[in-house]
Design a protein around this ligand. Sequence first.
Ligand SMILES: [Zn+2]
Length: 481
Amino acid sequence: MALTQKQIQEENAMIEHITNHALNEDPNSNAPIPKIGKNVDMGRVLNGVREQIGKKNWKPNPDLTEEELKLMREDVQDRIIVARVGLLLRHPFFGNMATRLRIVPADDWCPTAAVDGRNLYFNTQFFNALNNREIEFVIAHEILHCVFDHLLRREDRDAMLYNIACDYIVNNLLVREGIGEKPKIIDCYQDFKYENWTSEEVYDDLEQKFDEEELKQLGELLDEHVDWSKDPNEDQQGQAPSANSGDGEPTKGKGRPSYSKEELRKIRDEIKENMISAAQSAGAGNVPAGVERMIKEFTEPKMNWREILRQQIQSTIRDDYTFSRPGRKGWHTGAILPGMNFQETIDLCICIDMSGSIGNDQAKDFLGEVKGIMDEYRDYNIKLWCFDTEVYNEADFSADGGESLEDYEVHGGGGTDFMVNWTYMKEHNIVPKKLLMFTDGYAWDSWGEEDYCETVFVIHSNRDKNLQAPFGITAHYEEAA
Ligand SMILES: [Zn+2]
């Protein structure tokens, strides 16, 4: 329900009053807090107060002289080195990564902190307002943006939302692992409900649930998330050229670097190498699980799902047709019903999980891929169906022509129950040489029956690229680039 103007006014008045009261800034602040109007949502008011207090706790001092700032900068630089040592001792992976970043003062363009994969940029007054443990937190925060590839991963997502999503991911990990202390002068985005999510998933959640105003209530970014591919000087286009920009030198206030796409990819590779060697020197047990997963992804060569699919189908079809219906272990203990129409040679059963995030296009892409492989064979039989909590739309395809796999209509939308596929096969006396399941991997309960037939799970999901089915073969579907 949308807030009325009156509610907003009343709540804002409460927020201001309580904040002033708490900070003792208002000479009238000792006046009693007004009665809470019936339109006021105290949860929202308290969030507002929290935000105000967070912001009021710290402001850069605009009156510092150059000399004072210089001294402060030297002190801050020393303290960053100390924090780095602290990280090396307590959290060697982060300490090791930190020593690979050049520490660069950036008061002219950076109000907090920023990172480009090679340099850690700091604002003197911002860092000066942090204690040593909070500096550790900020350094580790910057390192995690590199580790999780947040510099290049945004693609065409909305920058503000994606930045918030990334800070949730990073801050959650730091708080959970107890790395440094969350700075008090910033009301950081942090919420354990996003535990083990990817930045893309948090992004989708934020996009669905919150508008811009509400996002501000949830917290604020810890640091500057710079789009390094954008030249800061371009922002000045259309403005009168300033006196000192003629020689190509960056003008004051625009001193930050920018990189070509190619250079950024090079930086990404450097970060990967750094991560692997930092993890090695940190030793087992000293790398947070989320980071370990990222490293595993880089270092373990992964087979493309198409290769796996091809390999699996080929191994199935190349068998001679000695497949015999009865005699599979462990399943049909019951009598076979008379009059049952047995399938002669079912090479492949394909079941498509239509419960979750799989769209028609993805399913068709997947079927197109299967068809491409099948076109190489003179003889085959495929049985195809969709499922959510039940099986439907069963259809048969063979080399003799008829309908094309790609024209198959996919339907679905309910919950998920992987077992319905096995129940269905048993009820209909279907024992394929291989079962291919195209799924998002959200098996609520059982993944199916291990011993029934060979199973290949082609998982379409951004959630966890390391998700493995408990049996059979797992491949991760990726959309054509
Ligand atoms: Zn950040």
